[in-house]
Design a protein around this ligand. Structure first.
Ligand code: NAP
Length: 308
């Protein structure tokens, strides 16, 4: 089916970048359609707490997501929960095909964010949803009073470990390197918690269980020594990776990020990229919001010139 209405701007993704772009585009007088595959808010919706957004001392990730979503809705955003399957970005009439329909637009802002990385070890896929989780905020409460492991050494893993240590009896952090990578304030907090043990230079070999997870098998890369940790859950927090295959008409870097600078422009006129999906120094909520504003501003300028 094809929707013959020409929208000014289609935004792919309702995370912080996409929703900020929607607010700016609407306020510039443009008609806007936003498509989201899963849950609005993107990575923020699965963050436990945010303490580094200006003027907000502390807020939970889901609350911040809801605020951004509600703000976009209140400004008049039309947000549809449809997965984008393909795009045609050339020319002055671009099309975006979702699982439901094909939509036409003058400009497209790609703000599809990034996906969580997977470990690829035995048992990971088999036990996903049965003790293997990628979201401590969402699933942590199921393991109250239990022993759990968090895999990773970045801010997400540290944040997850702190969150879980308030609920669980014991939390292991399994980290492949010799030092934690997360911010100092987070590292200090983790290292001062009595019920968190960090296993450095340690990789996950296998996650085992029967109907649900009962242990994680690890190996120390310095000593080659293997051990078995009895755990009820394994939270995997090993970072994020782009998923930009459907936008391969645009340039991607070797890691798969869309190539763009602070202007959020691409080689195709009328196509902009915003947020964690693009090449950039710092992937944070504030830089995603900034990109959303810039991309919408660029789209408005492009459309103004088109209609002259
Ligand atoms: P990250 O900073 O990229 O860290 C990923 C961690 O996972 C690293 O410690 C890495 O180990 C490990 N890792 C990667 N691939 C692995 C594999 N195949 N097997 C085992 N371990 C693996 O990712 P993140 O923690 O998700 O954070 C992503 C971004 O969000 C960062 O910019 C972060 O600062 C930001 N963030 C900010 C906040 C906040 O400000 N409140 C909270 C969460 C996240 P190595 O260290 O050995 O490479």
């Amino acid at each position: 089916m094809e929707d013959s209405t020409m929208t000014d701007v289609i935004i792919v993704g309702a995370g912080c970048a996409g929703l900020t772009a929607a607010v700016y585009a609407i306020r510039a007088g443009l008609s806007v359609l936003v498509f989201e595959k899963y849950m609005y808010g993107g990575q923020i919706s699965v963050s436990s707490e945010v303490e580094n957004y200006p003027s907000i001392e502390k807020i939970s990730g889901p609350d911040l997501s809801n605020n951004i979503y509600q703000q976009a809705i209140n400004q008049g955003a039309d947000i549809r929960f449809e997965e984008v399957l393909s795009v045609q970005l050339d020319g002055t009439e671009k099309t975006v095909t979702t699982a439901e329909n094909t939509y036409a637009a003058k400009a497209v802002i790609i703000a599809n964010g990034v996906q969580r990385r997977t470990l690829g070890c035995a048992g990971e896929e088999e036990f996903t949803g049965r003790g293997v989780s990628y979201c401590a905020t969402c699933d942590g409460a199921f393991f109250r009073g239990k022993t759990v492991a968090v895999v990773g050494g970045g801010n997400t893993a540290l944040e997850d470990a702190l969150f879980l240590s308030n609920l669980c009896e014991k939390v292991y952090i399994i980290h492949r390197s010799e030092a934690l990578r997360g911010e100092k304030v987070m590292r200090d907090a983790v290292l001062s918690r009595a019920n968190i043990t960090v296993l450095y230079d340690t990789t996950v070999q296998e996650i085992r269980g029967e109907s649900k997870v009962s242990s994680v098998h690890v190996q120390n890369s310095q000593t080659d020594e293997s051990s078995v940790l009895p755990v009820d859950a394994v939270f995997i927090a090993i970072g994020l990776a782009p998923d930009n295959q459907i936008f391969s008409a645009l340039a991607l870097d070797s890691a798969g990020y869309l190539v763009a600078d602070e202007n959020c422009t691409t080689a195709i006129p009328g196509v902009y990229v915003a947020g964690d999906n693009r090449t950039k120094l710092l992937r944070q909520i504030i830089t995603a919001a900034a990109d959303g504003a810039v991309a919408a501003f660029q789209a408005a300028n492009y459309i103004n010139v088109l209609s002259d």
